[in-house]
Design a protein. Structure first.
Length: 72
């Protein structure tokens, strides 16, 4: 399943790259893209565990960029 999310308050391209790198390490994630320019994130992950995976994604993003919010 592939879903797109809008990001709010993502401050730098380096943070976006770190978020993307760490999201790709989450078990069940097939692919991820975090764009600083468009303030969007695309997650491609296993359908059955998508909600669980998104909880991990939120934690990863909060560690890298505490002010960034994922708008669902």
């Amino acid at each position: 399943m592939k879903k797109k999310f809008k990001l709010q308050d993502l401050d730098c391209a380096n943070c976006a790259a770190k978020m993307e790198e760490n999201i790709k390490k989450i078990n069940g994630v097939n692919d991820a893209n975090v764009s600083f320019m468009t303030q969007k994130m695309t997650i491609d992950a296993e359908d059955e565990k998508f909600d669980e995976i998104m909880q991990e994604v939120i934690k990863v993003c909060a560690k890298v960029e505490p002010d960034c919010k994922i708008l669902v």
